[in-house]
Design a protein around this ligand. Structure first.
Ligand SMILES: Nc1ncnc2c1ncn2[C@@H]1O[C@H](COP(=O)(O)OP(=O)(O)OP(=O)(O)O)[C@@H](O)[C@H]1O
Length: 571
């Protein structure tokens, strides 16, 4: 995708608006020309121009206002369409990119592109293009008119314009790097503030050098120093450029030159008046060219940033028919790495049964959550395949995968909505199903005790504990009746009594489906039908607790390292 592709849908509208604005710039000159005609005739003692000139002035004024209003209306409509389109495309890119890619981009970069860059595009499309058109057309039309009246005065009016442009170009020398730095510093502040707010509890307790607060302060101070240095290096030259095109100075210069010409007889009274009126109109716009140019640069940089963001890799979904019920899930020599880091999974092969409670255990960082990430297709394996029956997950339609496999993640992702909406995702489901799922997840009694039961709005009418949130997510997953239920550290945030109840509930669930329980506390999983052991991204054990204690040294080491060793079940 290129800039051109991105702007294509609004291209015709923008060209029309620019033409209308150019027309407005030309029409706006008519009243000035009428004024020149009247004043020139009056100064020369000639008969005053007729009603046609007055009519032309009125028509020009009205026409300019209408054309400019039409142009503005068109650009605002185009901007609304473009922003809507871009924000949808950005949201779709975020949704479809591999999850590690999105988290790797960071909240600051995402906030910048979704909010700041689209806002910069708004100024570019809705305002700056028209302003820039007016800046070019008005002086150009004025210059053509003055050349037609008196080319020597026209030449004289170009001098301040040329000087102003030259000074301004000097001020802007090397500015491309500064603009790029400006964007980088803004992005740094964005990232730092998000980090700061997220880590506020930690910052309060452990704040100090190197903490999120310090990072934010460093970003803000860095921007302050950079911006001051930039302003210092350009302010003198910028002021000089403004001075030479100041309307009063240009008018005075033309009055002086025109006055000499008038006295010497080579300038007519009409041309003198034209020079004094049109001269400032030709050069003054240079003074406001700077901010417009900057807005164009910012807008184009934002456009590039959006184009680059939209180029993130996307996970493609297939359209293969869903495998027959009971199809087994199989990982075949699956390897995965995050970026250029060391492998998170290496040649992992697992075939899950069609029902039963299977635990996936391993030390912290051994790759357990990465398995959940791949099963949920938040990313695809770098090598190897994941199959449901004979069909690769990547060949299935998205909805079909999430119907078959349910997930409960460490991060619960509950919305500020009623418990009911969080459970159903807005689908109309019988109350009985909701209650059944909530009971199975050991959360029904907690929900019933809320001010409005299932209609209580989370985050507004109540706050829930971490364990309650995880159980609501479990109920949400159970409601879909998936064939495979993957729980990533779901039992970690619940108290021992609830955990025991939940474990019993999961056991019952495992009679109808496969439950893959990811945990690093082996006491939780010792009773599982089968336990898979990961160690540094490799599958090093597959069996029952008893078998693994004997045959799998990493498992045995983990078991022995548990803070409160438990007796071997059944002994
Ligand atoms: N988004 C990520 N970007 C880069 N590296 C990652 C990312 N997520 C995980 N890793 C790395 O991949 C490896 C496996 O991580 P993973 O989260 O799968 O382990 P885990 O066994 O689930 O750990 P834990 O029990 O602590 O949750 C680790 O070395 C980890 O640092």
């Amino acid at each position: 995708m290129t800039r051109r592709d991105l702007l294509r849908p609004v291209r015709a509208a923008l060209i029309t608006a620019i033409l209308l604005q150019a027309l407005a710039g030309v029409l706006a000159l008519l009243p000035l020309l009428a004024l020149i005609a009247f004043t020139g005739a009056w100064v020369a003692g000639d008969p005053l121009p007729g009603a046609q000139v007055v009519a032309a002035a009125v028509a020009g004024t009205l026409g300019a206002v209408l054309a400019a209003a039409g142009a503005t209306w068109i650009t605002h409509r185009a901007d609304a369409d473009l922003t809507w389109r871009l924000q949808r495309q950005l949201a779709e890119t975020i949704r479809r990119a591999p999850l590690p890619t999105v988290t790797g981009l960071g909240a600051g970069r995402i906030k910048k592109v979704v909010h700041d860059d689209t806002a910069a595009m708004h100024y570019l499309v809705a305002h700056t293009l028209l302003d820039a058109t007016a800046l070019v057309v008005t002086p150009l039309a004025g210059l053509i008119a003055l050349t037609a009246i008196d080319w020597r005065l026209a030449l004289c009016s170009v001098v301040p314009l040329g000087l102003g442009t030259w000074w301004y170009a000097r001020a802007m020398r090397g500015s491309a790097g500064n603009f790029a730095d400006y964007a980088r510093q803004q992005q740094r502040i964005n990232a730092a503030i998000v980090d700061y707010v997220r880590g506020l509890p930690v910052a309060k307790v452990y704040g100090g050098p190197g903490g999120p607060g310090a990072r934010y302060a460093a970003a803000v101070n860095g921007f302050h120093d950079f911006f001051r240095a930039w302003s210092r290096s350009t302010s003198a030259v910028t002021t000089a450029s403004w001075l030479v095109v100041a309307p009063g100075l240009t008018a005075a210069t033309l009055a002086l030159v025109g006055g000499i010409g008038l006295a010497m007889g080579w300038v007519s009274p009409g041309a003198f008046v034209a020079g004094v009126i049109l001269g400032p109109a030709i050069s003054a716009p240079v003074a406001v060219a700077g901010p417009r140019l900057q807005a164009i640069r910012t807008g184009l940089a934002a456009l590039d940033s959006i184009v680059e963001f939209l180029g993130q890799p996307r996970l493609q979904w297939g359209s293969a028919a869903a495998p027959a019920p009971g199809a087994r899930l199989r990982l075949e020599r699956v390897s995965f790495r995050y970026g250029a880091d060391r492998p998170a999974l290496t040649e992992v092969t697992i075939t899950l049964p069609d029902r039963g409670l299977v635990a996936l255990v391993g030390a912290s960082g051994s790759g357990k959550s990465t398995v959940a990430t791949l099963l949920a297709r938040f990313a695809d394996p770098a090598e190897g395949r994941i199959l449901l029956g004979d069909t690769e997950l990547r060949d299935l339609p998205e909805a079909s995968l999430y119907e078959r496999i349910g997930f409960v993640f460490q991060d619960t992702g509950l919305r500020q909505a009623s418990v009911r909406d969080n459970l159903t995702g807005g689908r109309a489901l019988a109350e009985q199903h909701l209650v059944e799922a909530a009971r199975a997840a050991a959360i029904h009694d907690d929900i019933a005790a809320l001010p409005h039961g299932y209609d209580t709005v989370l985050g507004q009418e109540t706050e829930l504990s971490g364990g309650q949130r995880q159980r609501i997510c479990l109920a949400r997953a159970l409601l879909r009746r998936p064939e495979l239920l993957v729980l990533d550290e779901t039992l970690s945030a619940v108290d021992p009594t609830t955990r025991a109840g939940l474990f019993t509930a999961l056991r019952a669930q495992a009679e109808q489906r496969t439950v893959l329980l990811i945990a690093h506390q082996l006491r939780l999983t010792a009773d599982a039908d089968r336990i898979l052991v990961l160690d540094h991204g490799r599958l090093v054990g597959d069996g029952s607790h008893r078998e693994l204690l004997t045959d799998c040294p990493p498992y045995r080491a983990l078991w022995e390292a548990e803070p409160t060793p438990t007796a071997v079940p059944g002994e």
